[in-house]
Write a protein that binds this ligand. Structure first.
Ligand code: C2O
Length: 573
């Protein structure tokens, strides 16, 4: 492209971005997004084609993200343009780097050399010794002192999370934003993020053994905010002080105080962990979230067990009750401004390893070949694929061994199953339960709703047990429309006969839907998938023709949530 055209393209782009920022205050988030993307579409193809051509894979993709054979492509980031976005409704944000990232040298990721690199050990945050805390604190304070122009600075690190949760960058071959929540990208993207963050911190204090700690909120001795986060450069003023130690974390946080004793809260947390890590997480999709690929055809909104809770609930629990959305931790665009974010995610990453140790490897090529960019400790922009982060031995870090006590916390039915099933059969004769599809307008979750859901024949017969064991039965809550892009939580129960004792402590609980504002998914319907095979066995309902499913609203704004319906499907484990 000749220099005149270049300058013209750049000036046009600056004008458009300027005008877009101005319009932000006057328009709502979805219309502004469509507007900005529309404008860019008109400019980017010929104006900046030279840039985007640099890092596209040699495929002939269509706008929908498919190659010629109609197969969906891996997700790749288009770095040419960083867009102004919304952190939550009414909150325009601009999390972009101060200059175009393509001006920095880009290198492909290389594994650390095992002969030169020590294995970093991420430790139990509450057991860190004074010296390690002091080193970590110093690293964070240096990071905070770096200027915004430096990609290693604390604000730039925090904004990186903002970019990928609010949709600052578009996908290659598509006009859709890159999102790192509510899909299977959740785990690998956050792993990469922590990996580079940790390397930068270590480099800033010249300590090649430096590792970030993990906050094991899932274990009884780890269920308080690690106390050191209340001091020095770890301080963040947008946290809820009533949740400072010794308050026991509520992994099932639903805004209102639970009113339980520390012991009761601990038991509830362990039972919830069992559901989210074991009984509800038998397949990759259930645990990690839906299969996200490039373009319309690959766009999906279906967070896995861990992401919904405890991940989302802990975010909310830490954030401040005096700030909208319980910022900082309570809303994604601001969450990584809180230093405790990184120990929270280090634990999420550890739990991914725990899950991976007993489940088959992810082998979907579009998953493995998706790639992202991060600045490393030398300020180079590194292009890294998901397949590069599937083995943490290769990345040269590990987690201190801990005993995952929740493995033994399998919940029991609240009512003896035989009594419950007799009661249900009696009621079925008397009551006309609504069917599991709510018709064209859906059902508003302004109050608890119980429906009868018929199960497919394939999962019902005990005589086919051998085969059946390979099948996981999945309860699907379809078309969840979270109108408000607000914190929303509702729980799902099966075969409840005593509505006064509904809690994750009991086996009737099969999962929870928890959504946090992310700015980038306004107006999209979410699918909730819950693995129920183990729960149905424990409830002795695994041969029944149908189950009763109750959706129980837990936050007030569920009155703005609409659900299309429920059904049961099954999949191979
Ligand atoms: Cu990207 Cu805990 O969120």
């Amino acid at each position: 492209m000749d220099p005149q055209k270049w300058i013209l393209s750049i000036i046009t782009l600056i004008c458009i971005l300027g005008a877009s920022v101005f319009m932000l205050s006057a328009m709502d988030s979805s219309s502004i997004r469509t507007e900005i993307i529309g404008q860019l579409n008109r400019v980017v193809p010929d104006g900046l084609g030279g840039w985007s051509a640099v890092f596209t894979t040699p495929t002939t993709a269509t706008k929908s993200g498919e190659n010629q054979k109609g197969k969906l492509l891996p997700v790749q980031v288009n770095l040419t343009t960083c867009l102004p976005t919304f952190g939550r409704p009414g909150k325009p944000v601009y999390c972009c780097p101060p200059r175009n990232m393509l001006d920095d040298p880009i290198v492909d990721f290389e594994f650390p050399d095992p002969t030169q690199t020590p294995v970093l050990v991420r430790r139990f945050a509450h057991r860190l010794d004074e010296e390690s805390i002091a080193k970590y604190e110093k690293a964070v304070s240096i990071m905070r002192s770096l200027p915004y122009s430096d990609p290693r600075s604390f604000t730039r690190q925090a904004n990186l999370h903002c970019q990928y949760c609010t949709g600052s960058f578009l996908q290659q071959h598509s006009t859709l934003p890159v999102r790192v929540h509510k899909t299977w990208i959740f785990f690998p993207w956050h792993r990469m993020y922590l990996y580079f963050h940790e390397k930068i911190l270590g480099n800033l204090i010249g300590d090649e053994n430096f590792a970030i700690p993990f906050w094991p909120w899932d274990l009884p001795e780890g269920m308080t905010l690690p106390a050191f986060y209340l001091n020095g450069s770890f301080i963040n003023h947008q946290r809820d002080p009533t949740h400072f130690p010794p308050a026991v974390a509520d992994l099932d946080f639903q805004l209102a105080p639970g009113g339980s004793t520390p012991e009761e809260q601990t038991d509830l947390n362990l039972a919830l962990m069992y559901n989210q890590m074991v009984s509800g997480a038998k397949t990759a999709e259930l645990f990690m979230g839906c299969a996200y690929k490039t373009g319309e055809g690959g766009d999906c909104f279906g967070p896995g067990t861990m992401e919904r809770a405890p991940h989302n609930t802990i975010h909310k629990w830490v954030g401040s009750e005096f700030h909208t959305g319980r910022e900082d931790m309570g809303v994604f665009y601001s969450a990584a401004r809180d230093p405790s974010f990184y120990a929270h995610h280090s634990n999420i990453d550890r739990l991914w390893e725990v899950w991976r140790s007993t489940h088959p490897e992810m082998n979907d090529p579009e998953f493995l070949d998706s790639y992202m960019y991060f600045h490393d400790e030398n300020r180079r922009l590194v292009r890294i694929r998901f397949r590069d982060v599937m083995d943490i031995d290769m990345l040269r870090y590990r987690y201190e061994d801990v005993e995952n006590t929740w493995l033994a916390a399998r919940p029991k039915p609240s009512v003896p199953p035989r009594l419950a099933r007799r009661e249900i059969r009696e009621r079925e004769e008397r009551l006309e339960l609504p069917g599991s599809h709510f018709g064209p307008t859906g059902r508003v979750l302004d109050s608890p709703v119980t429906v009868r859901v018929v199960r497919p024949r394939e999962v019902r017969s005990r005589t086919r047990r051998g085969k059946e064991q390979q099948l996981e039965e999945i309860l699907v809550v379809e078309g969840i429309d979270v109108k408000a892009d607000d914190f929303v939580k509702f729980d799902v129960y099966v075969n409840v006969v005593n509505g006064t004792i509904m809690s994750p402590k009991y086996r009737e609980f099969v999962g929870t839907f928890v959504d946090i504002p992310s700015g980038s998914s306004v107006g999209k319907k979410i699918t909730l998938k819950l693995g129920i095979s183990e729960a149905l066995e424990d409830l002795e309902a695994d041969q029944d023709r149908a189950i009763w499913v109750t959706l129980l609203p837990r936050t007030e704004n569920c009155n703005k949530v609409i659900v299309d319906g429920l059904r049961v499907e099954f999949t191979r484990k």
